[in-house]
Ligand binder design. Structure first.
Ligand code: UD1
Length: 417
């Protein structure tokens, strides 16, 4: 399933179920290592990043079995914190195994974690925070070695609200001796999801959802039954797809309360949104309106993971939209591909683009160069004349269970080849 072909021009109609959240599932799966017995993680998305995490857990000695509704992880067999697998290099979220393994084994050897090719993605904040908790780091060739005799609580301040560093401090903190006070924590809903899982297991964390967390370490953690929340980024992708195509859809189970900034932009671009117990109903306008000034920011700001999709939508909107990316560098790789489809986008500087909307795009061959950019090209293709072929789609399957099936069920003319 490397390529996706889309024949644009169909307004999406009907309902689509929103999968479990990738960014919540991955740290929760890492956290299962910290408990004494099995955890059942329901609503776990069947995406390639999760499959890679499952392979890593198995490599570390966990027994992991997929069930109908989720995945059962038994961490009893863990003995060594050594990750040899290539999965580390291609999946940045393997980094949250660092905090978990230090908590469980006191030693980790891993390749430098990879992920999508969006900027340099340093890990200095992770290292500085864990060092404060007693961890020593050494670089051995391309590998990182982390060792700790006994994790201890600490007062830590993050210079930037890094999602991954916040998760690592939480994972190490629940296993540490004493309390960890974390200032400047990221507030993304996926961090709350991790805290909820750990609290279900018996951990005590105060301040969940805020900038300061108090993690009380040293409590015995037990396995639990946990449901991964729905994916706000997938829901946002489908919501903008509805705007682009001029459709009318229900995003079943979409986490509306986590999507305020996204829903605001949707309404600004001419969409009508109605929130009910079932999820979010969206009605797209015949032609989307321009988005004004869109600036990505840490939660509750507009998510960087939906920046490319917003850009694709602005490409077919009436008027001009400025998009500023403040979280990652190198996150405008989609611009070149959208231009190939006829979009008018001016790069103002490496953080800002000006999009002059055109009535429709033209189908051609484009390449997905990273996960969210790939999904955004699929969205753009919904309003392109003729056939658009998106190559490099393995990136998309890192985060979307089956974007083709979902768009097809909503009426799109789309196939994977
Ligand atoms: C997570 C999400 C990703 C999302 C991002 C921002 C997962 C699996 N991935 O990525 O989808 O786009 O949050 O919401 O949850 N930084 C440093 N030093 C560090 C760590 C980060 O400078 O040690 C910088 C990064 O380069 C970036 C910013 O901090 O500019 C935010 O990165 P971070 O929040 O850590 O992103 P991830 O956890 O990698």
């Amino acid at each position: 399933m490397e390529s996706i072909c889309v024949w644009g021009g169909v307004a999406l109609q009907g309902k689509v179920h929103i999968q479990g959240s990738k960014n919540a599932a991955l740290p929760v799966l890492a956290a299962t290592l910290l408990t004494g017995d099995s955890s059942y993680i329901r609503n776990c998305p069947r995406i390639s990043d999760v499959h890679a995490m499952v392979s890593l857990l198995r490599e570390l000695g966990c027994e992991v079995n997929w069930k109908e509704d989720g995945v059962l992880v038994n961490p009893a067999g863990i003995c060594l914190g050594e990750m040899k697998s290539d999965a580390v290099r291609c999946m940045r979220s393997s980094l949250c195994l660092l905090g978990a393994l230090l908590g469980r084994c006191g030693e980790v050897v891993m390749e430098h974690p990879g992920g999508c090719v969006i900027g340099s993605r340093p890990i200095d904040l992770h290292i500085a925070a864990l060092e404060k908790m007693g961890v020593s780091f050494a670089v051995e060739g391309s590998r990182l070695k982390a060792v700790v005799k006994r994790l201890h609580g600490a007062e830590i301040r993050l210079e930037k609200p890094s999602v991954g560093a916040t998760e690592n401090v939480i994972l190490a903190g629940v296993m540490a001796e004493g309390d960890t006070i974390l200032h400047g924590a990221a507030r993304e809903p996926e961090i709350c999801a991790l805290c909820r899982y750990l609290e279900n297991c018996g951990a005590l964390i105060e301040g969940t959802g805020g900038e300061t967390l108090a993690i009380h370490g040293g409590r015995t953690l037990y396995g639990t039954d946990y449901r991964v929340p729905s994916d706000r980024i997938v829901a946002g992708t489908y919501l903008f797809a509805c705007l682009v195509s001029g459709g009318n859809i229900l995003l079943e189970d979409a986490p509306a309360s986590e999507m305020e900034s996204v829903l605001r932009l949707c309404e600004q671009m001419g969409g009508h949104v109605c929130i009910s117990e079932e999820g979010i109903y969206v009605q797209g306008p015949a032609v989307p309106k321009a988005g004004g000034y869109v600036r990505t920011a840490a939660y509750p700001g507009f998510p960087t993971d939906l920046q490319s999709v917003a850009l694709a939508t602005a490409s077919v909107a009436e008027g001009e939209t400025v998009i500023e990316e403040t979280i990652f560098e190198n996150r405008f790789r989609i611009v070149e591909e959208l231009r190939r489809m006829g979009a008018e986008i001016e790069v103002l500087n490496d953080k800002k683009v000006l999009v002059r909307g055109v009535p429709y795009l033209t189908g051609c061959e484009v390449e997905a160069k990273e996960l969210r950019g790939g999904a955004a090209l699929t969205v753009a293709a919904l309003r392109a004349e003729g056939r658009t072929t998106i190559t490099g789609c393995s990136y998309i399957y890192r985060g979307y269970e089956n974007i083709c099936r979902d768009f097809k069920e909503l009426g799109a003319r789309i196939i994977s080849v």
